[in-house]
Design a protein around this ligand. Structure first.
Ligand code: HDL
Ligand code: ZN
Length: 425
């Protein structure tokens, strides 16, 4: 008979203080933000920050155009400040800022200690302009309780490439990832660039070309030391597929990822340019198939796949697939799913099907201060969903400690990711 556990093992966790205990643990657990579009300060203007960048976030641009007949070209011809003024007027003054992207700006201003009741945009501008970037980055990381963020690094971006070829000192809180959308989805555009960089590739995927693409990937893995490689894929993604993307994925990306034991993050379901007039704000979503991901996991058991789908309809089958393959790590509530109502549904579903063995969220932040609201809003939901699960255990007589809650939350907010990075199947 197992020794009866001491009744004081719950260290006084009761139904009435459970929420407070979980709130304290979640609020105080440092986070690894596994996918962002932020850049370390050494990347200069590539790091976007401040109120005008927050207001011209492409999510808000899309919402702005629902409130105006203004021709797209007229808006795009304006300065960022003029665009921000219009967005502030239409979405924050003439209407309550209730959308997730609007409310996020208000959360950021409030958490930074600014008076949101003043609604004085120029006062906010003066405050941001008076900040030193180094101190501001520290303050933002502290407010969001971030340990590290993973950048999205594109070797085909001419501006970013130059930074990687300079002798810049990288802030250790900013980890790199190797983003390969151009290679896999725009092969024809990649060829001349690869040739200019000294890789003897040709449009046909000959053995020589595939070997040179592998050399290119290895060179960049050694140059930027990415924590993972990543590609975004359309809803039509199939695998195996006798196509340029299918062959480059199977013959180049997967072998190099295996050799360096780094995961491949698959971000599936984006329809690029549904409305090109909206530029970055013009992408849409489509329901994808999950079977191709299962085939990848089965055919390449030594590869590690982080996966996030853009369509809500894919969430459940992705959880079931993750139950079948330990080399599949679901992550985040991506983009159009990064809204409290959907974060709640997805996180409850994932906890019920996967326990604490997944990565519940990434911010996808493009502007530095967005990590403040994206994590604050997520943590509010995570606390509520976790409370319900622990309450269910409590009602069945299960005893647990604050340390055990802390271990679970450490796994969810950082350790699952790092264990997946380090594990070798
Ligand atoms: O492809 C991606 O990584 C997406 O996250 C896009 O960058 C998208 O524009 C975005 O910012 N979503 O939040
Ligand atoms: Zn992204």
């Amino acid at each position: 008979m197992p020794k009866k556990r001491e009744t004081n093992v719950t260290q006084g966790i009761t139904e009435s203080n459970l929420q407070d205990v979980i709130k304290e643990v979640v609020s105080n657990t440092p986070i690894t933000d596994v996918h962002t579009h932020l850049y370390a300060p050494s990347f200069g203007n590539l790091l976007l920050w401040g109120i005008d960048e927050l207001l011209t976030y492409h999510y808000l641009v899309a919402e702005f155009f629902r409130t105006t007949e203004m021709p797209y070209s007229q808006f795009w011809a304006l300065s960022k400040r003029e665009q921000a003024n219009l967005i502030w007027q239409n979405l924050f003054v003439e209407r309550s800022p209730i959308s997730e992207a609007c409310r996020g700006v208000i959360t950021v201003l409030h958490k930074l200690g600014l008076d949101t009741s003043s609604r004085d945009l120029n006062l906010y501008r003066e405050w941001f302009q008076s900040q030193s970037l180094a101190e501001h980055v520290n303050r933002v990381f502290e407010l969001a309780n971030l340990k590290q963020v993973v950048m999205t690094n594109d070797p085909f971006d001419p501006v970013e490439r130059d930074y990687w070829h300079s002798s810049m000192e990288l802030d250790k809180r900013f980890l790199s990832s190797l983003r390969l959308d151009v290679l896999i989805l725009k092969w024809a555009e990649s060829v001349p660039m690869l040739q200019a960089w000294g890789y003897s590739v040709e449009p046909n995927l000959t053995e020589e070309t595939l070997s040179e693409v592998r050399r290119f990937l290895s060179d960049w893995v050694q140059k930027i030391k990415p924590i993972y490689m990543a590609v975004s894929l359309p809803p039509s993604f199939e695998f195996p597929e006798h196509s340029t993307r299918g062959i480059i994925l199977e013959q180049c990306i997967l072998p190099v990822a295996r050799y360096f034991n780094i995961p491949l993050a698959l971000m599936i379901g984006v329809l690029r340019g549904v409305n090109p007039e909206l530029k970055l704000a013009g992408d849409g979503v489509g329901r994808a198939e999950v079977r191709p991901v299962e085939r990848l996991c089965e055919m390449f058991p030594q590869n590690k796949f982080m996966v996030t789908f853009l369509s809500r309809e894919n969430t459940h089958s992705a959880c079931v697939s993750a139950r079948k393959f330990r080399n599949l790590m679901p992550f985040g509530c991506w983009w159009f799913l990064n809204n409290p109502s959907l974060i709640e549904e997805m996180t409850a579903m994932r906890l019920e099907l996967l326990g604490t063995t997944f990565i519940p969220q990434h911010s996808d932040a493009r502007v530095l201060e967005q990590v403040i609201y994206k994590w604050a809003h997520t943590k509010q939901v995570l606390i509520e969903v976790l409370k319900n699960k622990y309450l269910g255990l409590m009602h069945s007589g299960w005893k647990f400690t604050k340390d055990e809650i802390q271990k679970d939350v450490n796994n969810l907010l950082t350790n699952n990711f790092w264990r997946f990075i380090e594990v070798k199947f």
